[in-house]
Design a protein around this ligand. Structure first.
Ligand code: M6R
Length: 369
């Protein structure tokens, strides 16, 4: 029994975490519901002109922060709005140079995280509007924010956040496209193409989920590993950070994420045949830069697992441990590339015999600073 839910609520799944990963396509459809009308993004939640926003700050913790890292890239790339992002636990202690036209976006599954609330208060004290991207209705963060956008993932029981992360990403992409539409920063055809791609993203996630047997098999071979690195460039880097967090919290394997190009600046000294390296190849324009980094690691004996987009297979064929993900626009790839990392963390935890849904020392909502 978890909270007041019984094992029956898991349906045929052994754990809530696995059920919630398989809930992802539906969670995306629910979050998308009503947000696209006649090829336009609609955010009826907005209480002021989106085109008057000149700068965005983002704050969140853990998985929510990782969603924000992807959101920053998308907002800057699509809407041309400068974005600063902070761990909410650090935001409270730094000088922020607020200006007219600023907006703070706080991201939180529970809506009760003390550090994220502190970031919200800081903006409110400065008279800056706060937008919350929250999953739990009527939570404290939702009640105190000027604009609330709900992720419609439904209750998330497993302490490791999975489906909510995907819906946070989706909301941030939709916001990036909404700002682009309102500020007219993209050619109409390009905007329409992105809207069509995001409207069908649930199908790409379904395809990624179909890799479950391969991922389980790989985890069954390597579950005794005690150290892991997650590597990626561009949009793959924040996804690598999320993959490392998932592995740490569910299976207690020491895991770190690095930008693929950064490993050679020191951490490569740690690579040996005891280390597991998960490398992400979803960024068409960056893959040729990442390959030499991965080869260096492979030649030092690390166990290498590649998450590779279908169209980039020619770069991945030489790797024995390969997880194929469907072709997705590089900008939207985090929504798909993270799925095998979540499944990998899940199966590593299962094979290692940890308390998958209730990892030690963790709670679903962290209400102390
Ligand atoms: O409820 P919140 O989204 O504000 O929680 C933030 C973090 O505590 C949370 O994402 C945590 O990192 C998860 N256990 C990650 O799976």
């Amino acid at each position: 029994m978890v909270g007041n839910l019984t094992s029956e609520d898991k349906g045929d799944f052994e754990h809530f975490m696995l059920k919630e990963i398989f809930d992802e396509p539906e969670a995306l459809r629910q979050t998308l519901n009503g947000k696209i009308k006649d090829n336009k993004i609609v955010f009826s939640e907005f209480k002021f002109e989106a085109k008057d926003v000149n700068k965005i700050f983002i704050a969140g913790c853990g998985t929510a922060y990782h969603a924000g890292l992807v959101g920053r890239k998308a907002i800057e790339e699509l809407a041309g709005i400068p974005v600063e992002i902070d761990l909410a636990s650090e935001f409270a202690y730094r000088k922020v140079l607020w200006q007219a036209g600023d907006l703070l976006i706080v991201i939180s599954q529970s809506g009760e995280t003390a550090d994220t609330l502190a970031a919200l208060y800081k903006a409110k004290e400065a008279g800056i509007p706060v937008m919350a991207v929250v999953n739990v209705p009527d939570s404290t963060i939702a009640r105190l924010s000027d604009i609330v956008i709900y992720t419609q993932a439904g209750p998330e029981i497993s302490i490791a956040s999975t489906k909510v992360y995907l819906t946070q990403l989706l909301v941030l992409y939709l916001l990036a496209l909404f700002f682009a539409q309102e500020k007219d920063t993209l050619p109409a055809e390009e905007l329409k193409a992105y809207i069509n791609k995001i409207a069908a993203i649930d199908q790409q996630v379904e395809k990624a989920l179909a890799q479950q047997p391969t991922i389980k098999e790989i985890a069954s071979h390597y579950h005794n590993a005690n150290n892991a690195f997650f590597l990626g460039r561009g949009y793959d880097y924040p996804v690598a950070m999320e993959g490392a967090l998932k592995l740490k919290e569910t299976s207690y394997v020491h895991a770190e994420a690095y930008a693929a190009g950064e490993l050679k600046h020191g951490p490569i000294a740690l690579i040996n045949d005891d280390v597991l390296v998960m490398a992400l190849f979803s960024q068409d324009a960056l893959v040729e830069k990442t390959i030499p980094n991965i080869n260096e690691i492979k030649s030092r004996g690390a166990i290498t697992i590649i998450i590779c987009k279908e169209s980039l297979q020619k770069y991945c064929l030489e790797y024995k441990n390969r997880i194929v993900i469907p072709d997705t626009d590089p900008l939207l790839a985090p929504l798909v590339a993270v799925v095998p990392l979540q499944l990998f963390a899940y199966y590593m935890a299962v094979f290692r015999g940890t308390e998958v849904d209730n990892p030690r020392h963790l709670t679903k909502a962290v209400t102390v600073e």
